[in-house]
Design a protein around this ligand. Structure first.
Ligand SMILES: Nc1ncnc2c1ncn2[C@@H]1O[C@H](COP(=O)(O)OP(=O)(O)OP(=O)(O)O)[C@@H](O)[C@H]1O
Ligand SMILES: [Mg+2]
Length: 435
């Protein structure tokens, strides 16, 4: 009888596993659409998109798509729950059949006189108890199995993280994040292809940056400027070629250590809905309490005047998301991002379109400073404004992921290539306005 009860549990084990698989495949299957639905929800509700959604009257279309995905999810969920219920019901029927079968067997034993009635009563109690325990055991195994399926996804994810970080284990021997500075950075035959692309975004980049130099990157949209700054900032590793810091292959250096050496303001810089002070100090957390340093950085970026005027000065909450938060203009946010880069005070300063939103005076002042900044720093500057890249020691012109021209402003104009063409196009706009 014990054998009968245990054997009766085996189908449950399989049915439980099936139920878990159904739930897991449902979660995996729904993830892309759920993320899309979550994104549409954000577009429909966030401030960042609200003005466009209203101005273009696109909410109906977005809402319709959102609701369609929601309906699809509910339908899919209904099917999944039905299947799980079916497995549960079959499970219940089998369990009941085993119990009934055992009782019938006991009844037969009593009838043929193999056991006494009192023995049978004890056996019935034992059967019920044992069947309950076995069901419990199978249920726990099922939950464990279900958890393991999702855990597997987690371990796969962690494995990806390890791949982007340092590939071998020698990193522990490196000294902790000291600001060691550098004399030169060399890029040799560097290429980079985004995982989602088949065509490379950077091809055969050869370049050296000396300490104290100002390098400007120019080129048309999509020519690879931002990608190059991200490689220099240690956000990506090159797909081909080598980047050396003072002769040391950066593939041998932990990315976090590399990033220590770099302060960067991205084209799509972040706006933190934290205090103004934190917005700047966040680039060097170890000196979070250095209020004087934060103020100096803000002054250099031209952010100090309007920050001091805020209700609580530098302690004012920025951004509109929380009660009491003050929103700023786009240019004012950009100046804060600049201040953040200045406050970090790293050997390499990378500025990707740092003045795109600044007024002409602001832009002029920033570029006047860049030269001063270069004392003790290496500055990599990306800009579409040719008036501002003129001052760089060297200008690199990118086209289709390659460096096609290199030199100072005069040399590049004399060359009469892509740089000269783009420069003339921009200059014409001003001349036309003059005449
Ligand atoms: N995250 C990404 N995934 C896939 N491809 C990308 C990604 N970022 C950029 N690219 C592609 O890589 C190429 C270079 O892009 P990059 O952002 O470096 O250009 P850019 O010179 O900075 O342009 P812009 O002047 O518009 O800022 C482009 O073809 C672009 O479409
Ligand atoms: Mg860019």
């Amino acid at each position: 009888m014990v054998a009968l009860i245990i054997l009766g549990g085996i189908p449950s084990l399989f049915l439980n596993r099936l139920g878990s698989r159904v739930l897991h495949t449902f979660a995996v299957r729904r993830t892309p659409d759920d993320r899309r639905r979550g994104y549409l929800y954000q577009v429909l509700t966030r401030k960042e998109e609200a003005h466009e959604v209203r101005a273009f009257d696109s909410s109906e279309h977005l809402r319709h798509e959102h609701d369609r995905l929601f309906d699809e999810r509910i339908a899919d969920l209904r099917g999944t729950v039905r299947r799980r219920m079916l497995y549960g019901t079959i499970n219940g029927v089998i369990a009941a059949a085993v119990t009934v079968g055992s009782v019938v067997l006991l009844f037969v034993f009593v009838r043929i006189g193999r056991i006494s009635l009192s023995d049978a009563a004890v056996a019935i109690a034992a059967v019920v108890l044992l069947a309950g325990r076995i069901r419990g055991l199978i249920g726990s195994t099922g939950s464990l199995y279900e958890g393991a399926l999702f855990l597997e996804d987690f371990t796969d994810f962690v494995a990806v993280e390890r791949y982007t970080s340092k590939p071998n284990a020698a990193s522990e021997s490196l000294e902790p994040t000291a600001r060691r500075g550098f004399e030169r950075i060399d890029l040799q035959g560097v290429g980079f292809t985004y995982p989602s692309r088949s065509e490379p975004s950077l091809i055969d980049i050869n370049l050296s940056l000396e300490h104290g130099e100002v390098i400007a990157l120019v080129g048309e949209n999509g020519s690879g400027k931002t990608t190059l700054t991200k490689l220099l900032a240690g956000l990506y590793r090159p797909s081909e070629g080598v980047i050396y810091w003072d002769g040391e292959d950066t593939a041998e250096i932990e990315l976090a250590h590399l990033r220590e050496q770099v302060a960067v303001i991205f084209q799509d810089y972040a706006r933190y809905f934290l205090s103004a002070h934190e917005n700047i100090a966040i680039s060097r957390m170890s000196d979070m309490s250095d209020r004087e340093g934060v103020r100096r950085a803000a002054q250099r970026a031209g952010a100090d005047p309007y920050l001091t005027e805020l209700p609580q000065g530098y302690d004012s909450l920025l951004g509109p998301s929380f009660a009491g938060g003050s929103d700023l203009s786009t240019g004012q946010w950009q100046r804060i991002a600049l201040a953040r880069a200045y406050f970090r005070d790293s050997p390499v300063l990378i500025l990707d379109e740092p003045t795109a939103a600044l007024d002409p005076r602001g832009e002029y002042e920033i570029f006047q400073q860049v030269r001063r900044l270069a004392q003790g720093h290496t500055v990599v500057l990306v800009s579409h404004r040719f008036s501002s890249v003129r001052a760089a020691d060297r200008i690199l012109v990118l086209d289709g992921g390659r460096i096609v021209e290199e030199g100072d402003h005069e040399a590049l104009i004399a060359r009469n290539g892509l740089y000269a063409e783009l420069f003339q196009l921009q200059a014409e706009g001003y001349r036309a306005a003059n005449s």
